[in-house]
Design a binder for this molecule. Structure first.
Ligand code: GLN
Length: 182
């Protein structure tokens, strides 16, 4: 199995390390020719979604990535990556996000919660995180909530988290993503 990791900006190395620990090969996508390699899945990391959006468009990666996801390529988007999957950006998942939803004071915090399909007491690190304000299709399922806000969702081949699973030692979320591929 080979997983593409979008490596334009943000916390992509931590995802690569997590997948290495799980024995999965990764490669970095920095330009269109990287993207053209064979792949079984894609990770969209955290970072700054506005910067990532601009770079995706400038580099000609936006449409190819969108089409691949719509054609069924498994994708995991975390934090800014979740924002990229939402309505108005790549738009492949049917939800609206609120960016920087926890404000400046509470911008970064840690929680634990259960995630449908993943398990109980999963550690969740939030860094200037979004949450999902509204799910707009029955195909899109909220799979985790914290304080009444949706922080993870699944829609077919797509998985999104408002938190950073790659920053904790718990590998269950990545394992869950990989299990959906093979
Ligand atoms: N605040 C960032 C954004 O709006 C997301 C933060 C993150 O990915 N940790 O894009």
């Amino acid at each position: 199995m080979r997983i593409a990791v979008l490596a334009l900006q943000g916390a992509f190395i931590e995802h690569e390390q997590m997948l290495q620990r799980l024995g999965v090969e990764t490669f970095e996508v920095r330009q269109l020719k990287d993207w053209q390699q064979p792949k079984d899945g894609l990770i969209l990391p955290g970072g700054e979604s506005t910067v990532q959006m601009r770079l995706l468009k400038e580099l000609g990666l936006f449409e190819p990535i969108r089409q691949a996801i719509l054609n069924g390529l498994p994708v995991l988007g975390t934090c800014a990556g979740m924002i990229l999957l939402s309505e108005g950006r790549l738009g492949t998942m049917d939800f609206h996000v609120r960016r920087n939803a926890y404000g400046r004071q509470l911008g970064s915090f840690h929680a634990t919660g259960s995630i449908v399909g993943v398990g109980e007491a999963v550690p969740m690190t939030f860094i200037r995180a979004p949450y999902i304000e509204e799910v707009m299709s029955p195909d899109c399922h909220a799979i985790a909530t914290i304080d009444g806000h949706i922080v993870a969702a699944r829609q077919g081949n797509q998985l999104a988290t408002a938190f950073h699973p790659e920053l904790d030692d718990d590998m269950r979320l990545h394992r869950y993503f990989l299990e959906g591929i093979c």
